[in-house]
Design a protein around this ligand. Structure first.
Ligand SMILES: Nc1ncnc2c1ncn2[C@@H]1O[C@H](COP(=O)(O)OP(=O)(O)OP(=O)(O)O)[C@@H](O)[C@H]1O
Length: 303
């Protein structure tokens, strides 16, 4: 079944009276790295557990390649749970072989795949160690290997980057990118927004159990007003106040950052700046995912 999209379609879930998810909808396309972000308790883990089928939704459907995810097809999903479900006393190698066999690989294939991932993730020397004796970062690498060892068609990872050192972050990033490049949809949750922005093709922002934004960071930014950075060394404070629709949001030395209403004309800003003397910088500033996230969480989304 490789090559399909993972579709989360109008999923709702309550825990008692608490509405954890309210009609969550998004898709992760083949070959795409999708970042799933939201505040603590927003509903990321609940969504991912439902996507995997370890938790039942009250309503809505999860599909892969157009088909509802069933008990059988669920073995084709590689999952990295937030609670890190390894057996602490089991040796790394035995653990991975066991998990691969559990997902239907023959003993030979399970050993082959395990050796491959141990080498790939720099865990070769640790193969005979008990999982509990590894550092947290290395345990996390084993978790990643566990999610990948059966060569899944979909990858769902709950905060795979948390607690990793920068080298391990790089290894994880490369592996996820490579996996996506083979046509697999990859979705992961994270609170490291700079990393999500750098790595992901698209992002989804969830707030209080509802999706408030889904798209590329660039696409989401476009709808959120634009900013200009202008450096005019001879300008006096207040030079931009006459331009309709422009608002100064930051001023430092000769540099001013302006927010433009959608009706505002950037050329009018340039003309006003040039009227003060030379202009040494005039550029659009892209808003970061962190800023988008703050807006989405504070206002319940942007349109
Ligand atoms: N087993 C449960 N019983 C009752 N409420 C739960 C249960 N699991 C989650 N919740 C509640 O559902 C909501 C969503 O939780 P979830 O763990 O999905 O959030 P999250 O986005 O993964 O958070 P975090 O970033 O902190 O991991 C929260 O309000 C949480 O308290």
């Amino acid at each position: 079944m490789p090559g399909g999209a993972l579709e989360i379609d109008a999923i709702s879930k309550r825990y008692g009276r608490k509405v954890a998810l309210d009609g969550v909808t998004f898709d992760v396309r083949p070959g795409e790295l999708f970042g799933f972000v939201g505040s603590n308790g927003a509903g990321k883990t609940t969504t991912m557990r439902i996507a995997l089928g370890v938790l039942a939704a009250d309503s809505g459907q999860v599909r892969f390649a157009g088909e509802p995810v069933t008990h059988e097809t669920r073995t084709r999903i590689g999952y990295m749970p937030e609670e890190r479900g390894l057996y602490p006393k089991m040796k790394v190698l035995d653990q991975l072989v066991f998990l691969a066999e559990l997902h239907g690989l023959s003993t030979n294939d399970a050993h082959r795949a395990t050796e491959l991932w141990l080498a790939r993730l720099g865990l070769g020397e640790r193969r005979k160690d008990e999982v509990q004796k590894l550092s947290l970062g290395n345990q996390q690498r084993v978790q990643l290997a566990a999610a990948l060892v059966h060569d899944p068609d979909v990858l769902v990872l709950d905060e795979p980057f948390s607690g990793l050192d920068p080298i391990a972050v790089d290894v994880m990033s490369v592996v996820l990118r490579e996996k996506a490049a083979t046509g697999v949809p990859v979705v992961f949750s994270s609170h490291q927004l700079d990393l999500v922005e750098r790595l992901c093709d698209r992002v989804g922002i969830i707030r209080d159990g509802r999706m408030v934004a889904v798209g590329t960071v660039e696409g989401l930014t476009r709808g959120a007003g634009s900013r200009l950075v202008v450096t005019a060394p001879a300008a006096r404070p207040g030079w931009a106040s006459t331009v309709p629709g422009a608002r100064v949001i930051e001023s430092s030395g000769a540099t001013t950052v302006l927010e433009l209403a959608s009706s505002a004309d950037d050329q009018a800003v340039l003309a006003a700046a040039l009227a003060t003397g030379p202009v040494t910088e005039f550029s659009r500033q892209r808003r970061s995912l962190t800023e988008l996230f703050r807006d989405a969480v504070a206002q319940g989304g942007f349109t």
